[in-house]
Design a protein around this ligand. Structure first.
Ligand code: NAD
Length: 502
């Protein structure tokens, strides 16, 4: 599969354009496909197209915009060419799990469609002060930059609300998994007015050309902190707003009145190891009451034996594929080694299929016990299948330790008593807390999701996921400004003593 950029209503490439080759993490050699690597000039052309399309698209009544976006997505999915197999091949998540990415786009388009009219509505206030009209206007041209770990979902979370609220967009997916998202959204873009949605591919250079262009009105970014700093600096130069959906170091706090047993252990394994642990809102640390620690570690090992099978992600029944790259695997293996050197106990869990391709970035999932909180595996986002299990003595202590990291994305609290779990949740410094579940199991389209601290700012999902893309414009006509009004001083009083002329 070889794909072009999609600019101003057309696939766009020029002879001799550089190409980004996508090599599968399943064996480290198979070329799954390629995308055109957009030059700075092509990025500028995409922004120009989005700028030209903006006035007309913003004028389309919101209901009609919603219908156009929903219809475009439904038509592309009806063709049936989109499949999780492609995502599995390009970034390694199990194909069945990846199938859900396209279904998500359709579901999210329905949800946003139901919200868009309210978000874009004008509000009139008529009272003794006068007439205030508040208009929700599109932000304008949106630069959207996304990562590889859920390539279609993470792009859909930006494209759908932004377009429905009247913005136009240039999207740059990750060079590590560009194929499924570029193919799907180029087909969607082809069904919309030219220039409304444009796609360019590339690495940091293309990303930088996009976010540094003064015609961009807002940047919506999902990714890691180093990139966020570079993008934040570019946004600061022209004082443009950003939405930053960054990494997490999510704590799962299991209270001593949790429903201990097989199901709890399986839910924790799912929350931590989905997509090989490469999910922003995966469980990244587990806090367990000391009295339950050893027995629960044992439960986790047994649960992993039942549900965690590492293998070729294109095969049915596999629950964990390879990690994204050789670099990622090396970084994670170093983290495991340093955990052992620091006195941690490393426990291999799950099963791994025989005869996997040798060049694949396979990792045996692991638990690590006995680490101090200042070890990197606990302090930082590991973004891979290595999970620290930490014993605590009091709930206050667990909360303090959960809050002691720089990230603040999500968390989970596990207890039979939902009110007690909510009380603990209120004390966690994060943007989202799940009760008795975690990761994808806790996501709700109606629940805004986002972080604080190093996890970023702004929200996706819920009504807030749309309102990020509109700006308020207040148009006020005070009664005092009506002709002849004597209600208030809306002009200088006539001077009691006439001024002397000079
Ligand atoms: P990354 O920051 O390396 O890359 C993200 C995107 O930024 C890619 O498209 C990349 O090409 C682009 N980019 C890189 N340098 C750039 C620059 N200088 N200017 C503009 N764009 C540039 O992140 P990644 O490795 O792709 O993704 C993993 C990270 O994303 C993890 O930290 C994960 O937790 C986070 N994440 C967060 C969420 C969320 O919703 N909060 C969701 C998924 C992933």
């Amino acid at each position: 599969m070889d794909l072009d950029s999609f600019i101003n209503g057309h696939p766009t490439s020029a002879p001799g354009d550089a190409r980004l080759v996508c090599v599968s993490p399943i064996d480290g050699v198979t070329v799954v496909g390629s995308v055109a690597s957009a030059s700075a000039e092509q990025v500028r052309a995409a922004i120009a197209a989005a700028s030209s399309a903006l006035p007309a698209w913003a004028e389309v009544p919101v209901r009609a915009r919603v219908e156009q976006v929903q219809t475009a997505i439904a038509e592309v999915l009806a063709v049936g060419a989109q499949s999780g197999q492609l995502i599995a091949a390009e970034m390694g998540k199990p194909a069945g799990e990846a199938d859900g990415e396209f279904a998500f786009a359709e579901r999210y388009a329905r949800f946003c469609g139901d919200q868009a009219e309210a978000i874009c509505a004008e509000h009139w206030t008529e009272d003794e002060e006068g007439t205030l009209l508040r208009v929700a206007e599109p932000m304008g041209v949106i630069a959207a930059i996304t990562p590889w770990n859920a390539p279609v979902i993470l792009a859909a979370l930006k494209v759908i609300p932004a377009l429905m609220t009247g913005n136009t967009m240039v999207l740059k997916p990750s060079p590590l998994a560009p194929l499924a998202v570029t193919s799907f959204l180029s087909d969607v873009a082809a069904r919309l007015p030219a220039g409304v949605l444009n796609l360019v591919n590339g690495g940091p250079e293309a990303g930088d050309a996009l976010v540094s262009d003064p015609r961009v009105d807002m940047i919506s970014f999902t990714g890691g902190p180093a990139t966020a700093r570079a993008i934040g600096a570019a946004a600061a130069r022209s004082i443009r707003p950003t939405v930053m959906e960054l990494g997490g170091n999510d704590a799962a706090i299991i209270l001593e009145d949790a429903e201990w047993g097989e199901e709890l252990a399986e839910r924790i394994i799912f929350g931590a190891f989905l997509t090989s642990g490469q999910v922003c809102m995966a469980i990244k640390r587990v806090y367990v009451p000391r009295s339950h620690h050893d027995a629960f570690v044992n439960e986790l090992v047994q649960a992993a034996q039942r549900v965690l099978r590492v293998g070729d992600p294109r095969e049915e029944g596999v629950t964990m594929g390879p990690v994204i790259s050789a670099d990622a695997r090396e970084r994670l293996e170093r983290l495991v080694d340093s955990s052992a050197r620091a006195g941690g106990t490393v426990i291999e869990i799950g099963s791994i299929d025989d005869a996997l391709p040798t060049g694949g970035h396979w990792m045996r999932p692991r638990l690590v016990t006995g680490l101090d909180d200042d070890h990197e595996l606990v302090r930082d986002e590991q973004f891979g299948p290595v999970l620290p299990i930490l014993a605590y003595d009091t709930v206050d202590e667990a909360i303090e330790r959960a809050n002691s990291v720089e990230h603040g994305l999500a968390s989970s609290v596990w207890s039979k008593d939902a009110d007690r779990a909510r009380d603990v949740a209120r004390r966690l410094r994060v943007g989202f807390t799940f009760i008795n579940c975690a990761n994808r199991a806790g996501v709700s389209l109606r629940a805004p999701m986002g972080g604080r601290g190093l996890s970023g700012h702004g929200r996706e999902f819920g009504d807030l996921g749309l309102s990020e893309y509109v700006q308020n414009h207040s148009i006020n006509y005070p009664r005092a400004a009506h002709p002849g009004s004597r209600m208030a001083a809306n002009r200088y009083p006539v001077l009691a003593v006439p001024p002397r002329r000079r």
